[in-house]
Design a protein around this ligand. Structure first.
Ligand SMILES: Cc1cc2nc3c(=O)[nH]c(=O)nc-3n(C[C@H](O)[C@H](O)[C@H](O)COP(=O)(O)O)c2cc1C
Length: 403
């Protein structure tokens, strides 16, 4: 998980019906090798027991500042000093008001005032409450002080009401945590453009020529770039995957649309990572109406070459280009050819037939080939980790580039 490993996260839980979801968040953070200290308001402890949190984090959970003061040797503010990040999830209207007013009545608001770590707030409340000018004013005050917010989301609340007030999904909160921790990382102020997914070339209004790309590799690169502070742009062909938090997602369908989006985004970018499986061929002509089966025993569709996105790119000289070679045979030989013919700085050779590798898998086994002729074979690892290794290379290529 890279930017989560070994981080000290203080998780503040307040008195919302959504407090039970914080247990899942505490568990996911612990699984990602964070050290998670849970602090709760006395009201939160009416919804969920501290024991639930201490059971999933393996660390004490505090529901009173008096407990914390006796258990932590330094003082009641020790947790605020230790934190790399304070997350308040769920955050009630009352807690927002206390924090905005500078009140330290309980362990959560006290820690929020005492810490100098970044703070991420995840509000959860009835939609009418959230819309109220008093709550909105507190949100604005806190935002103006540099506090990060995620959500609340729109949807069905525990009360049965629909509206904006739901605690953001745990996956989204995890993305926001990684985003906040990544601020000031080694890709800060750099724009990284990533392509993902398999393009769809329309045959008729209901059919297309496609491929099995899931988009997971590109989504992982875009998220990993975000987690290092980059301005991360993801141009993706259709996939099942949800937009990653704080990534600028541009959805396209065909190779042509992807080429245009890449050209536009790369005009002011630092690096382009092309993980998308772009179709090599598209139907020669778009058929406006659905092709009927009646009266046909066979059907021939004529295909023509799609544009070559990298070759058509007239981006400025300093753009670092990373290509992928997804091959089913003669992997390294084909990758070496592609490195030259595409004029890229780095090729990621990906044997899509290997066990646990390629389309749809959560892991990947790749070899990195650069212009100097060096080849680095990586073990079978998670796609986020592969993405991080690719971005390590991008960081050094950006440092040494000539512009
Ligand atoms: C069943 C129930 C659910 C509640 N859910 C919320 C909620 O989702 N958001 C909120 O702001 N307040 C909610 N409240 C009200 C808060 O619990 C109350 O304002 C409390 O004082 C908050 O204290 P705290 O911020 O110190 O935890 C709820 C109250 C009850 C009884």
């Amino acid at each position: 998980m890279y930017n989560l490993t070994g981080r000290n996260i203080v998780l503040g839980v307040t008195g919302s019906i959504a407090a039970y979801k914080a247990a899942d968040l505490a568990s996911k953070l612990t699984q990602a090798e964070c050290s998670v200290d849970v602090i709760m308001t006395p009201e939160a402890a009416k919804f969920i027991a501290p024991l639930t949190f201490s059971s999933v984090t393996g660390r004490p959970a505090y529901a009173s500042m008096w407990d914390a003061a006796s258990a932590v040797t330094e003082a009641h503010v020790a947790l605020s000093r230790r934190a790399d990040l304070l997350v308040i999830a769920p955050a009630t209207a009352t807690t927002l008001a206390r924090f905005a007013a500078g009140s330290a009545e309980d362990l959560v608001s006290l820690t929020a005032l005492a810490t100098r770590a970044p703070i991420l707030i995840c509000p959860a409340m009835d939609p009418n409450m959230f819309e109220h000018p008093a709550v909105q004013a507190n949100v604005e005050t806190l935002k103006a002080r540099g506090v990060y917010f995620v959500g609340p989301d729109e949807g069905r609340l525990a009360s049965g009401q629909m509206g904006v007030g739901r605690l953001s999904e745990v996956e989204t909160v995890m993305g926001a945590i990684r985003f906040v921790l990544g601020r000031g990382g080694d890709l800060a102020a750099k724009k990284i453009v990533v392509t993902a997914g398999g393009t769809r070339e329309q045959i008729d209004p209901v059919r297309y020529v496609g491929n099995y790309s899931s988009g997971k590799m590109g989504f992982a690169v875009a998220a990993a770039a975000r987690d290092r502070g980059a301005d991360s742009v993801l141009i993706t062909a259709p996939t099942e995957l949800a937009d990653p938090y704080a990534v600028d997602v541009i959805r396209v369908k065909s190779a042509m649309e992807m080429r245009d989006a890449v050209a536009e985004q790369c005009a002011r970018a630092d690096a382009l990572v092309m993980t998308a499986a772009v179709a090599d061929y598209q139907p020669a002509e778009a058929i406006g109406e659905k092709i009927k089966r009646e009266g046909r025993d066979s059907l021939t569709i004529s295909l023509v070459r799609t544009p070559d996105i990298l070759k058509d790119l007239s981006a400025d000289e300093g753009l670092i280009k990373v290509g992928f070679a997804a091959e089913s045979n003669d992997l390294l030989e084909n990758a070496r050819k592609k490195l030259k013919s595409k004029g890229v700085d780095l090729i990621v050779a990906n044997d899509i037939t290997a066990e646990g590798s390629g389309f749809g898998a959560d892991t990947n086994q790749v070899t990195l080939l650069d212009k100097s002729g060096a080849e680095e074979e990586l073990p079978l690892i998670g796609k986020y980790e592969v993405a991080s290794r690719i971005l390590d290379r991008v960081v050094s290529l950006i440092e040494t580039r000539q512009r």
